[in-house]
Design a protein around this ligand. Sequence first.
Ligand SMILES: Cc1cc2nc3c(=O)[nH]c(=O)nc-3n(C[C@H](O)[C@H](O)[C@H](O)COP(=O)(O)O)c2cc1C
Ligand code: SF4
Length: 456
Amino acid sequence: MMRETQHHRNMRPMAVDLSPAPGEKRILLEHLGVQGIRRISVYESKGGYNALKKILEKKLSPDQVIEAVKGSGIRGRGGAGFPTGLKWNFVPKDQSKPHYLLCNADESEPGTFKDRVILEHLPHMMIEGMIIGAYAVQAKKSYVYIRGEYTYATKIVEEAIKEAYRAGYLGKNILGSGFDHDMFVHRGAGAYICGEETGLISSLEGKKGWPKLKPPFPAVEGYLKCPTVVNNVETLAAVPWIINNGDKAYSGIGTEKSTGTKLWSVSGDVVRQGVFEVECGASFQTLLEDCCRGMKDGRKLKAVIPGGSSAPILTAAEAMDMTLDYESIASKGSMLGSGGMIILDETRDLVQVLKNLSEFYHDESCGQCTPCREGTGWLMKILHSFTEKQARPIDLELLKTTSNNMIGRTICVLADSIAMPVLSYIEKFPEEFDRYLSESSGQSSLSEKLQAKELL
Ligand SMILES: Cc1cc2nc3c(=O)[nH]c(=O)nc-3n(C[C@H](O)[C@H](O)[C@H](O)COP(=O)(O)O)c2cc1C
Ligand code: SF4
């Protein structure tokens, strides 16, 4: 549900640091501090639309563009980390059906607010990346599916698209190349599940935003059953830089398997929260100490949620030992995800944190799959029994069995997005649950009822 208070808050631009913080490597955000950069004339004065001109004027083929994106090694920045060039290559070459490109600007994962900076400040970089992506997969139409609460960002993007039409970068026969492309904005209505790519497609088709089983993958059968590429805002915004500077320049940044830079939105108990662009493979300390100026009020780090609320939690020691790339974070048992990092200090009650998250996921479950519809509700109720000090030791087991019965058994991964965190919180921070158990009355009506029904 769209929340009114948030809706009003998002009518204003997000506060953002225009100059880079120590530790940042800005390539996407290089011109963030330039006055008026959201206007097309200023964007062009900084080299904007040169990548599109290079492709169309030098008559690079769609396959050459795909090869460049493949060569850069860039992986999708929306959460799953799938290689972008490979995704574009999956789109059939024949044009028996129209092709579409969808830019996923639904950004609703708790802790994630990095796309908003691009949408509000650098919309032309995303639009240019979208036109190049559309050319690569020969899509004549594209849509920006934007989070409903992002009222201000929507206005900025709509205005930027109008400017791009006036400048001849959109519409018929773009820059005399014979390539036609139209771009539209579609506002979501406040459902997190519409960020999942097949849910997004259903929503755009005018249906309920229900995810669909894959395969078929959208690249083959997506919007209106036609070949469709769905990419995140940040992924598409990186494409002009790759074309301008070359795939090798991009793959030369970062690590072998996690190339380029990543935008991190950092919230929680740090001195300076915000969005920071950091080279992949940089140390966690770069982000925490240099960009965010360390822990707030000199408190100790307790835990880190590295990649948005769906990412399993890490202990302080694990976080201190990780680098900011897909492989290192996975080796600690979590994921880079969307880059929505939440820093939690020693005063945080992790059972309360998890209970809040379980409410969110239960609220946002679309209800199609029984393990998700029912499981998210059970997790929430059991976690409530902890915070209300009514839990019994067996409730810890119940949390685990419920989670294990959700993982991998549903149409999309929303169910896993709470089940995996639950398991990680219990595994990494058992003492937090034990403290509640020792203070509990042991009168859990919930587990008694389940035992009576022999469900436990
Ligand atoms: C429940 C759920 C919510 C998601 N929300 C978003 C979102 O808001 N933005 C986004 O880009 N990807 C989101 N994703 C991931 C998309 O399904 C998809 O992988 C992504 O848009 C692909 O773009 P990329 O390859 O550029 O990362 C979500 C996935 C799930 C399961
Ligand atoms: S896992 Fe949950 S959100 Fe995803 S399709 Fe199933 S019920 Fe809907």
